[in-house]
Design a protein around this ligand. Sequence first.
Ligand code: PAF
Length: 273
Amino acid sequence: MKVVQTVAGVREALMTPREEAMRIGLVPTMGAFHEGHLTLFRTCDQECDVAVASLFVNPTQFGPTEDLASYPRDLERDKLLAEEAGIDLLFAPTVEEVYPLDFQTAVEVTQLGSILEGASRPTHFRGVATICLKLFNIVQPSVAYFGRKDAQQAAVIRTMLRDLNLTIELRVIPIVRDADGLALSSRNAYLEPDERRRALALSQALQAGLEACRAGGGTEAALATARRMLDSAEGIVVDYLAVADLDGPTLAGAVRVGSTRLIDNVLLDEEAR
Ligand code: PAF
């Protein structure tokens, strides 16, 4: 696996694959790899001639009081994991390489970017859309891979691709969960054992909501069931719980457990629309 830090390095590394019309896949990440990332890498490796991953903790998608400084970083471990999972080129730029001092452009997906996560984190999706568009322009992939755990992020990227006439194919890969149902997230590393136990309330509530929907109650029952369970859960603070169309009817929630904020979602059945 080749590791490059500069935009010029990426362009040079991809010159021959591009000339040979190879299929280039991109997995944008912020590092701290877990099985969710590795699943994206392996899928990209299987489906593309060249598998590229970016590793960049993007400051513009963090709010002023969020966890930018403490976000887990371990480049050496991540390099090994990415290589094992089939990544051919890892782009790990510095902040200065991505955002020169006079950087002043942003992309905003106005409606979809302002609900749910966007309502709680008003500048988040502007940062996400802007960095993803930059990465798409730098790597020029045929296909880009995102995890369904960030369902709203994937929907925001899909909207941006459509609105800005980009021809990149978007592949959204199902959520990877621990055996007890907790959705894998780099932020799970912040959880103390007792917090991790309390955090399970979110995936359990969403699963119960899905079952209520499937039992014939539709989205209303899904939301009411999940809400009841979250309201009675101890030691968590609910940020939001809602049904929204995120590439399909989706029951999505965010909770705080101690100082850690976690999100999760389930795709409800199409007929629940
Ligand atoms: O999902 C993430 O890790 C980030 O939001 C992304 C897509 C890499 C953009 O920084």
